[in-house]
Ligand binder design. Structure first.
Ligand code: HEC
Ligand code: HEC
Length: 237
């Protein structure tokens, strides 16, 4: 959290021209901690909010190369630029409903309408790198190949873990390996109020593996060339 605000403050010099927005950003921490209403809720002045305005607060975490979250352990914040739009919406709804219990993202999901989710998801999905080849950029080790086969990961996540069989399933190739590991472990958690995800599909799969095996899977899939990226944006255009 602290780092998030520091990064916002660190960037504030970039948009001195936009005094209203700056004031809103500086005033945001309290509102953010409470309800995670979009930090740049400055649309009131101009009427309808643009998608850039809706995404302005996401950029503070998802648009900063190397930005790390500290909960439930230190890992990089997932890349969402280039992710499947329907999956982004599904994930936001999973935070909103509490199926995914990451506290910060629950607050953010709760503050978004269906319309906000669709607009922001489409905007992020369009920021993809060129489509990757079906053949992964690296071969797995024999150990990892056996793990991939055991749960038939590509039968759902598709060729190069980038062409999921359903658009509401995520692309995985090239995603930060430390995040993939945290995500995989989170499916093993039994429902409680603090951490974990209770997705039926991935829960059944993740529970078949030890944490060491999940880490090996995450490292391989994260090492592949993928279509997602961290795309820094100017916050107000
Ligand atoms: C304070 C930092 C922070 C902010 C601000 C933030 N996120 Fe997140 N986001 C995270 C973290 C950390 C995770 C990983 C949560 C988890 O482990 O489930 C995440 C996860 C996600 C995911 C799931 C990604 C996946 O691969 O499953 C989506 C989608 C997402 N965020 C969208 C958004 C959108 C849209 C916004 C702005 C409206 C936003 N986030 C704002 C930190 C943030
Ligand atoms: C039967 C279909 C299916 C199979 C097989 C499958 N997955 Fe998934 N996977 C999904 C779905 C659906 C989701 C989205 C779940 C959610 O919304 O939380 C998902 C989510 C994930 C995520 C979270 C991504 C993110 O950005 O948070 C990871 C990591 C993952 N799968 C890895 C794997 C690995 C590794 C395997 C093989 C060991 C595998 N999956 C096999 C359907 C599948």
């Amino acid at each position: 959290m602290i780092r998030y605000f520091r990064s916002l403050l660190g960037q504030s010099g970039l948009f001195v021209a936009c005094a209203t927005a700056l004031a809103a950003t500086l005033a945001a921490p309290a509102a953010f901690a409470q309800s995670a209403a979009p930090a740049a809720a400055t649309g009131a002045a101009t009427g309808a909010k643009s998608v850039e305005t809706k995404a302005a607060m996401c950029i503070g975490c998802h648009g900063i190369p190397g930005y790390q979250a500290t909960f439930p352990e230190i890992h990089r914040v997932p890349m969402i630029s280039g992710q499947n739009a329907k999956y982004i919406v599904a994930a936001l709804n999973a935070y909103k409903s509490g199926e995914r219990r990451h506290p910060t993202m629950r607050g953010i999901g709760a503050g978004m309408s269906d319309q906000d989710m669709v607009e922001v998801a489409d905007w992020y999905a369009k920021q993809a790198k060129p489509a990757t080849a079906d053949k992964p950029s690296r071969e797995p080790s024999p150990q990892v190949a056996a793990l991939l086969q055991k749960a038939a990961c590509t039968s759902c996540h598709g060729a190069n873990f980038s062409k999921a069989i359903d658009p509401s399933y995520p692309k995985l190739a090239g995603q930060h390996a430390d995040y993939l590991f945290v995500a995989l472990k989170s499916y093993k958690n039994e429902p409680n109020n603090v951490v974990g995800r209770s997705n039926g599909v991935m829960g059944g799969i993740a529970k078949q593996f030890t944490n060491a095996e999940l880490k090996a899977l995450a490292q391989y899939v994260g090492s592949l060339e993928g279509e997602m990226q961290v795309k820094p944006q100017s916050r107000f255009r």
